[in-house]
Design a protein. Structure first.
Length: 71
């Protein structure tokens, strides 16, 4: 991953979290690395908002379930 920041730390970070190269805080530097694009789809790119919609539906059902039980 390449992280670029105007007023923070810019860095190149591997998928396992190892920082390969980074700039210092508020330093004007140019970092150059060769990066590889990953073609594997992430959970979100595969399913989109289905997880968020599912949680919303479960929350609404639970809300109405509680309302009905109180009566």
């Amino acid at each position: 991953m390449a992280r670029a920041a105007n007023t923070g730390i810019s860095a190149f970070i591997l998928a396992n979290g190892k920082i390969v190269d980074k700039s210092e805080l508020f330093a004007r530097e140019v970092l150059q690395k060769e990066i590889q694009l990953k073609h594997k789809k992430t959970f979100y790119s595969q399913l989109g908002n289905i997880f968020a919609i599912l949680l919303l539906v479960v929350t609404i059902i639970k809300f109405f379930w509680i309302l009905i039980k109180r009566r």
